[in-house]
Design a protein around this ligand. Structure first.
Ligand SMILES: [Fe+2]
Length: 163
């Protein structure tokens, strides 16, 4: 934990303080995204019932996308000169998404994933004002992409529930 400070060697036009603040926000986004990734993969493995094939494949598309997203988020933290969290213990501390408990029925899995997708959007949206103040367009761009994907996925999952 001793190395978590923003590196003073980074001179990209964003102050050390802002780089640290934005990277802290992105660490929460990384933890949320990783937790949602694991939950979605878990449900891909363990879903049962008449919707098995549809959900098994739908969840696969979602966890594959999330696995790529965590890499982009972590690498943005590094580009800001800060170390990225990368352990279950750190993620559990930083994440706003509760871990899955037992094996929910298919519909409850969908409900939990809607909640998870929405939670990630809220985390991303909360970081956005920091990027504005610091003129950090690359992070703003990443956040915009993440919010777009999570809002769309939340809609698709909600639609499966007839909502
Ligand atoms: Fe699989």
């Amino acid at each position: 934990m001793a190395k978590k400070i923003a590196s003073p060697a980074v001179n990209i036009g964003i102050s050390d303080k802002d780089r640290k603040k934005i990277a802290d926000g992105l660490s929460h986004l990384l933890a949320d995204t990783y937790t949602l990734y694991l939950k979605t993969h878990n449900f891909h493995w363990n879903v049962t019932g008449p919707m098995f094939n549809t959900l098994h494949l739908m969840f696969e598309g979602q966890y594959t996308e999330l696995a790529l997203a965590v890499d982009s988020i972590a690498e943005r933290i590094r580009a800001l000169g800060v170390y990225a969290p990368g352990s279950y213990r750190e993620f559990a501390k930083l994440s706003s998404i509760p871990e899955a408990d037992g094996i929910p029925v298919a519909e409850e899995m969908i409900r939990q994933l809607v909640e998870g997708q929405e939670a990630v959007v809220r985390t991303a949206r909360a970081i956005f004002p920091l990027t504005d103040g610091a003129n950090d367009e690359p992070t703003a761009d990443l956040l915009t992409q993440r919010m777009q994907i999570h809002e769309k996925t939340a809609w698709m999952l909600r639609a499966m529930l007839g909502q």
